[in-house]
Design a protein around this ligand. Structure first.
Ligand SMILES: [Zn+2]
Length: 691
């Protein structure tokens, strides 16, 4: 595409971005710029696609595959900026554009993947692939194009394609609405408390609640919100059982409150449409369709792993429940443990058993020090250096660092946006403003980590829980997968791998948070600057498998319900609440534990659908990450240089160059074994106590 006229376009989204890192000019971008920018970028990409499809020359890798890979840059730029904002700093205006644009983008993708002339060229090349003289990466790109087009329906009859196109557009709209509804429910609930309601809350939790109230114009009060850091901390410490129940009920009913933000009808329609789409594409169910292109390959393979973990996790959770109940009785009460009690009594038990108190650990886990710890880990493993740079970003809380390698070469720009706010969706994620590639020049990425940690009052240091710190390392691991990417073709770059493999770089990175060398150096007390006492550090690491029955049940139930729901051959008229209840009954869910994400707010499945029939991915990847970290342990060095080099070459920098199983084998010398996962979660002996 000719971009010569771009430089003078008054729309900053369409101008050529300048400056040292070619960042979008955020200060100049207004919500009104997006729709016209999308319209022009979509038209430009459509023209590029049409030109490739109509090329009078016989198809070649260059005039078809490489040409497609070089197309759509403007659309990528506009969409990347837009989706950073819809997730991390949205507004009513942005949400309105999002509702308009999401079906347009789906229609645009239909125009690409259901383009007959284009598909004819790709499949012609694919048939002749052995004779084309392609290198390994080109062969992989061609194979991925063929697979993508076939999986999108390019080889189907016209009538089926028309129906698929309609389904895709509708699913895009429903997914957008789903996410906006969850955000609306989260925004509309605030539990405002007075000083007298704070019984049990440690100082850091009071300070965070006070800051949250102030952000909502309620200075002097204390606000508990539905951000995970806020509500979970409250559930862990508040001795007010009535308030715990109120907060917990609001939290688990997001998306299920009736009225305009109720998600149940949307879910029913999405599940039915997904099942119909799978059937049109020749699969028995959406799960069969989805997993066919994942590392697991079949729902049965994913289910086998989940079932094995589930059995052991339930036994461990039952033992944990008994221990918590004993504590209630010991305190002289006689009620049965309820879901809103679990975190509170688990915290008490942890304190009693390990003399370990979250409030005692937290002052040692300063956000800025944990960021440094993540950076230092990347330096020791991959030779990377992070230097903070002052560049204008989309929100004052976001910060940027330039990333360079051991030779001082620019590798990436990394943006960290860590604090919860009402304009941000819940959860934590990695995303990018630009992806790595070498086809259109040596393009280095701009990668973001977005989290929802509690923001401290002005002048106070931000403190994390150990779980928060783990989340930070997790997202940073995804970030490195994007930043270290070293491929030629954009299709294969960074995190563009199957979702049951994409959690390997992130979950593996969490292990380094628990390496004593890292905590000894970076767990420094916020006031005194003193390192965490050795005894406390040891006690912290000793609690690794404490409450893992609960955590594993909370997660695995979600993965099983997701897989069951998306294995339905058809799903017309689904009653979502009833379905969830019955499926939990079938798997014998412990009544004291609630799914980590109930269906009405399960954004992994329904807000876009990246993890639909794919929530099992975290467990699947955990088999890999536990086994991968054992490779370092076997060498007796958590930073063993030779192992780190293979890890970078075959995993963190390799994108989707190889089939996941082949990539893993190249790193490890063999396929993964499940033993390390069971050991990590303390699930090796079923029912072996509550640790
Ligand atoms: Zn992740």
């Amino acid at each position: 595409m000719n971009r010569a006229h771009s430089a003078s376009d008054p729309n900053p989204l369409l101008a050529d971005w300048t400056g040292r890192f070619r960042l979008p000019p955020f200060a100049a971008i207004e919500s009104g710029h997006f729709r016209p920018a999308f319209d022009r970028a979509l038209a430009a990409h459509r023209a590029e696609i049409d030109a490739i499809a109509a090329d009078p020359d016989a198809p070649s890798f260059g005039n078809t595959i490489a040409a497609l890979e070089k197309s759509g840059h403007e659309l990528d730029s506009v969409a990347n900026v837009f989706f950073v904002l819809t997730g991390a700093d949205t507004s009513e205006e942005i949400e309105a554009v999002e509702r308009d644009v999401s079906p347009l983008l789906a229609r645009h993708n239909n125009g690409l993947y259901l383009n007959q002339a284009l598909y004819a060229r790709i499949s012609d090349l694919y048939e002749r692939r052995e004779a084309l003289g392609l290198d390994a990466e080109q062969a992989r790109v061609l194979e991925r194009y063929q697979t993508r087009f076939v999986r999108a329906g390019a080889a189907l009859e016209k009538a089926a394609q028309d129906r698929l196109a309609t389904i895709n557009e509708r699913l895009a709209s429903l997914g957008t609405q789903f996410g906006q509804n969850v955000l609306a429910d989260e925004k509309s609930f605030v539990m405002l408390l007075e000083e007298a309601d704070l019984a049990g809350l440690p100082d850091f939790a009071r300070a965070a609640a006070s800051a949250a109230a102030e952000e909502r114009g309620q200075a002097g009060k204390y606000a508990i919100t539905l951000a995970r850091s806020s509500v979970e901390t409250f559930l862990q410490f508040s001795s007010r059982r009535d308030l715990r129940e109120r907060a917990f009920q609001a939290w688990i009913r997001r998306g299920e409150n009736g009225g305009a933000t109720d998600n149940r009808a949307l879910i029913a329609e999405m599940v039915a449409l997904r099942a119909e789409r799978a059937k049109l594409l020749g699969f028995a169910s959406f799960a069969d369709y989805r997993l066919d292109d994942q590392m697991a390959k079949t729902p049965a393979a994913a289910r086998q792993l989940l079932d094995e973990v589930w059995r052991r996790a339930r036994a461990k959770a039952a033992a944990e429940r008994d221990a918590l109940h004993a504590l209630i009785v010991k305190e002289g009460a006689n009620f049965a443990l309820a879901p809103h009690d679990w975190r509170y009594y688990a915290e008490k038990l942890r304190k009693a058993k390990f003399d370990l108190d979250e409030a005692e650990i937290k002052p040692y886990l300063q956000l800025d020090k944990m960021i440094e710890a993540a950076f230092e880990t990347a330096r020791k493993l991959f030779g990377l250096t992070f230097t903070q740079v002052a560049v204008p970003l989309y929100h004052p809380d976001a910060r940027a660092w330039e990333v360079t390698d051991a030779q001082g070469r620019h590798i990436a720009l990394f943006i960290g946006d860590y604090f919860a706010r009402s304009s941000k969706h819940s959860g934590a994620w990695m995303t990018s403003l630009r992806d790595q590639e070498k086809l259109s020049g040596d393009i280095r990425p701009i990668v973001l980590n977005v989290c929802n940690f509690s923001k401290p009052a002005a002048g106070e240091p931000a403190l994390l829980s150990f779980d928060d710190a783990r989340t930070l390392f997790h997202e940073f691991g995804h970030g490195l997968h994007g930043m270290l990417s070293n491929v030629t073709y954009p299709l294969l770059a960074g995190t563009a791998v199957p979702s049951d493999f994409v959690e390997l770089p992130s979950q593996l990175y969490e292990h380094w948070l628990e390496v004593p060398q890292i905590l000894e150096r970076y767990a420094l007390h916020a006031r005194t600057g003193q390192p965490m006492p050795k005894a406390l550090l040891n006690r912290l690491l000793a609690t690794r498998t404490f409450n893992q029955g609960f955590a594993t049940v909370e997660y695995t139930a979600c993965a099983l319900v997701d897989l069951d729901l998306h294995s339905l051959p058809e799903a017309a008229g689904l009653d979502v609440t009833e379905y969830e209840r019955r499926d939990l009954e079938r798997i014998v869910m412990p009544p004291e534990i609630v799914m980590r994400h109930r269906l009405p707010h399960f954004q992994h499945l329904f807000s876009g659908g990246g993890y639909a029939a794919g929530y099992y991915s975290y467990m699947w990847s955990e088999v890999l990450d536990a086994d991968a970290f054992a490779a370092f342990e076997e060498r007796g060095d958590a930073f063993d240089p030779a192992t780190a080099e293979r890890l970078r070459d075959y995993i963190y920098s390799a994108g989707n160059l190889r089939e996941p199983a082949k990539a893993y084998e190249a790193f490890r010398g063999r396929l993964p074994m499940v033993d390390a996962l069971l050991k990590k979660r303390g699930l090796t002996e079923p029912g072996s106590g509550a640790e």
